[in-house]
Design a protein around this ligand. Structure first.
Ligand code: ADP
Ligand code: MG
Length: 236
């Protein structure tokens, strides 16, 4: 395989100072993500997954280390470059959807794409996440699974290089969770988007092209999965 490196993370550390106590959330993390990969970052609660995702997504600064996207150093960006990075290069999906309550599904997607450089067609994306008949609904009128579909549409419509998902099925029942994983799989395969999912739920790793395992702020394993499964075929 002759794939290009999309993201490179070098010696990343993050300390949180809590009064007298220093919490070492990341302790020298190194990895690469290749274009088009479906990556699962797996680790127990408190292992540093969200901290890592927030830093690579340009939402937080590391204490030490570097993040590169397509060879460009993100950790060297000024505020304006960071804004453009967050707007055009990465899309976030969170456990609790984080939709704007006063906007409809379509308006949520529209707002996110407003200033984007090369957004996708909003109605097409909404259709592709299976929400055509919900596009005029407000978040409070939708189920958790539907709200997560809106959140995914919102992230995908920006047409980012990288989709970063923090426990995307964490708030959903089992069956709905599988349908969301299956949607993320489709977005990876059909849109060719690079997808990173972080989770503490180990079976989800079975669908990944690459599995990165974390413990206590470190990577303890980084492995290519030769035979990724569709979410429907995972044995839970
Ligand atoms: P995960 O997402 O794997 O559960 P986190 O990245 O949220 O892990 O947290 C890693 C460690 O950093 C934990 O010990 C957590 O308590 C701590 N931590 C996370 N965010 C903060 C913060 N804003 N301030 C202080 N400590 C934090
Ligand atoms: Mg977390």
């Amino acid at each position: 395989m002759d794939k290009k490196v999309l993201m490179k993370v070098e010696s990343l550390s993050k300390n949180y100072q809590m009064g007298e106590v220093t919490v070492k959330a990341l302790r020298g993390v190194n990895f690469e993500i290749y274009e088009g990969e479906f990556v699962v970052i797996l680790g127990p609660s408190g292992s540093g997954k969200s901290t890592l995702l927030n830093i690579v997504g340009g939402m937080d600064n590391p204490t030490e280390g570097k993040v590169f996207i397509q060879g460009e150093e993100v950790t060297n960006y000024n505020e304006k470059e960071l804004t453009l990075y967050r707007r055009n290069k990465v899309g976030f999906v969170f456990q609790f959807y984080n939709l704007m309550a006063n906007l409809t599904a379509r308006e949520n997607v529209e707002l996110a794409t407003e200033l984007c450089k090369a957004p996708l067609d909003i109605d097409e994306v909404i259709e592709n996440v299976g929400l055509s008949d919900r596009s005029g609904h407000f978040p409070s009128q939708m189920s958790g699974g539907e709200q997560q579909r809106v959140a995914i549409a919102r992230a995908v419509a920006k047409n980012p290089l990288l989709l970063l998902c923090d426990e995307p099925t964490g708030a959903l029942d089992f069956k709905t969770g599988i349908s969301i994983l299956s949607l993320l799989n489709k977005i990876n395969k059909e849109y060719g988007k690079t997808v990173v999912i972080i989770t503490h739920n180990s079976p989800i790793a079975e669908m990944a092209d690459r599995v990165i395992k974390m413990r206590s702020g470190k990577i303890i394993e980084n492995k290519i999965n030769q035979n990724p499964l569709e979410p429907e075929r995972i044995e839970w």
